[in-house]
Design a protein around this ligand. Structure first.
Ligand code: MG
Length: 340
């Protein structure tokens, strides 16, 4: 197999602000694996939270080149995953890029879509939420209007008293269900107080209320929480789940955290074994990575795969979002292509 990769810049429609960071664009690495006449495309998005940027991603891919090109049989997806996972304990986005590309390649070789390779029913994809970043109330009003076609909103909080104004502004404009993501932005007592209020505002659940290292506080919050709480920053890969399973009601699994489709499958099944709800999330990324996640989405309860709705220069197209529902193509592999 041959390995190629290239870095591209993805521009966001709005400056995207969460409790921990703010950005106008992100770099993402597009990965290509080729075997004879067949190409597979994957993607490794950068993430400041997990210290992966295009420099560290491309370095890992260069370090993994020997392992990848030595794989004789491209159908040995699991074998390649284990081999590249052994190269480093981190670099999960880079591993994800390689794994997605191999799934695309194998699907094309077999002439089947990736969801079929996984034994999943494409009619069972969930509705994706549409994310509204932190902003002043007048901008929030505009964003809610832009979100008109999307039936479920995911709202970023974690900015002190502004949190109340953001939710009140949205509730004045729409009655849509809301999911909240605090991105580690609250402290213990604040979290319990705010979740109690959010429960009166038709909010469905709250993601990552506390900083990931506050496990004792999280236990305290979970025992008092008026809403289900989901782990995001507390869980990267499957092996992180047993240690936090008693502190949350669900987990947000992302391909770029778990190590691609193979790693996300392991994480989803581990979460289920612990009785947790599962949502599937994304980074700021192109349609390549979002479509890969969408192929797995029939397995999960909730999806937040809206990156393609938040960016303005995505060179790829793949999964479609119709009235919020993820609609997968029927062509072999990921069914992702360059826009013409
Ligand atoms: Mg999150």
């Amino acid at each position: 197999m041959n390995l190629d990769f290239t870095t591209i810049r993805v521009d966001l429609i709005h400056t995207f602000t969460v409790a921990s960071s703010s950005s106008k664009f992100r770099n993402t690495v597009v990965v290509t694996l080729s075997d004879n006449d067949t190409n597979g495309t994957g993607e490794a998005p950068s993430s400041s939270r997990y210290a992966e940027d295009d420099t560290s991603i491309t370095k890992f891919l260069e370090d993994a080149r020997d392992t990848v090109t030595r794989l004789d049989d491209p159908f040995c997806i699991e074998e390649l995953w284990v081999a590249i996972d052994r190269l480093s304990t981190e670099n999960m986005a880079a591993k994800s890029g390689l794994n997605i590309a191999l799934f695309d390649l194998v699907g094309k070789k077999l002439g089947v879509p990736v969801y079929q390779l996984l034994g999943l029913n494409p009619a069972e994809t969930p509705i994706t939420s549409f994310t509204i970043g932190i902003d002043q109330p007048e901008k929030i009003k505009l964003k809610v209007a832009e979100a008109e076609p999307h039936p479920v909103l995911k709202v970023k909080l974690g900015q002190g008293d502004l949190d109340y104004d953001i939710i009140k502004t949205i509730k004045n404009a729409t009655d849509k269900p809301i999911r909240v993501d605090a991105n580690e932005g609250w402290q213990r007592d604040e979290a319990v107080r705010k979740i109690e209020w959010l429960a009166t505002q038709k909010v469905e659940y709250v993601e990552q209320p506390l900083p990931a290292d506050r496990l004792d506080d999280m236990k305290w919050v979970h025992e008092r929480s008026a809403l289900p709480v989901f782990a995001d920053e507390n869980v990267k890969r499957a092996s992180d789940i047993p240690g936090i399973a008693a502190l949350f009601d669900g987990v947000n699994i992302k391909l770029a955290k778990a190590g691609g489709i193979t790693g996300a499958l392991k994480a989803i099944h581990t979460a289920r074994a612990h009785g947790l709800k599962v949502m599937l999330g994304c980074m700021v990324e192109t349609a390549v990575a979002s479509t890969a996640a969408a192929h797995l989405s029939p397995l999960v309860d909730y999806a937040d795969l809206d990156s393609t709705l938040l960016t303005k220069n995505d060179p790829f197209e793949g999964v479609k979002i119709v009235d919020g529902k993820l609609v997968l193509g029927r062509e072999p592999g990921l069914d992702v292509r360059k826009k013409t």
